[in-house]
Design a protein around this ligand. Sequence first.
Ligand code: FMN
Length: 314
Amino acid sequence: MPDNPLKKPDISVTIAGIPFKNPVIAASGTFGYGREYAGLLDVSALGGICTKGLTLEPRAGNNGVRLHETPSGLMNSIGLENPGIPAFIEKELPHLQELQQQGVVIIANLSGSSVKEYAEGARLLDMCGVDMVELNISCPNVPSGGIAFGRDPEAALSVARPVRKALHKPLIVKLSPNASDIAAVASACVAGGADALSLVNTFKAMAINIEKRTPVFDHGSAGLSGPAIHPLALRMVWELVRALAAQSTAVPVIGLGGISRAEDAIEFLAAGAKAVQVGTATFTNPTAMLEIIDGIAAYMKKKEIFRIEDLSIQ
Ligand SMILES: Cc1cc2nc3c(=O)[nH]c(=O)nc-3n(C[C@H](O)[C@H](O)[C@H](O)COP(=O)(O)O)c2cc1C
């Protein structure tokens, strides 16, 4: 007798109508445009890849220190260095589309300084070969745009709505942990047309060089990521999933923040996230995402859980 097929856990997920072969996605800004890691791991095994934050025009990024390690964490102030959307489409997308042919979902992370710039960026991304757009209204490292849109519901709606209008592809909005009422910002994004939400971007944080007696970063603050933020991010995802359920809003949440092992990812899936993203962990362990994919499948087999959504304890 052949084995009951249901005995093998199915780790595929569908988010906003897009099928992912597994729930592990490379987080924006930590995986370049996919080809940078080609010699280090089988990139085609990933569920999806989020590109570095893209803006209409090329950006050089911030001056001064850009990365600073903390106990169990990493602070960054990259400042959205990127080649601009037209150059991305011409130079980076062809390689990503090869991965897309192998079943990797390609997500463009969209940033901007003004509503107009976001909407024009969305229009260009709509016409190219990416599968989804992740709207970044949560970058803490740029003076205008970014988190300025992600802190309050009205500002979030003011950008989500025009981006939705310009875009026919599924739209994920990436939320900030630095908003005082994340659920209210999330509801505004859903009202503006978000098909999914991702949480968290980095936490606004600071380091001081006590020898020089100056802030480490030119902007004073920077964004904290890595294992140090995992329990904070998990609590926020748990609360967001609850708040959305209380409003009967059936929008999937993608959880991230400090995932470095399968156990961390499983906690997010238990908190009700439909998928996860992995960022900083890839810097210290390039194959972390593959280990996480295998670890999720092994855990499900051991616990006799056959679908990712059944991992949720919410
Ligand atoms: C060096 C670096 C660059 C990042 N750049 C972006 C970006 O361009 N757009 C974005 O939405 N998030 C960006 N992020 C945030 C990550 O995608 C992720 O939300 C955050 O790091 C938390 O996940 P982690 O703890 O697994 O890294 C960046 C993070 C790091 C460490």
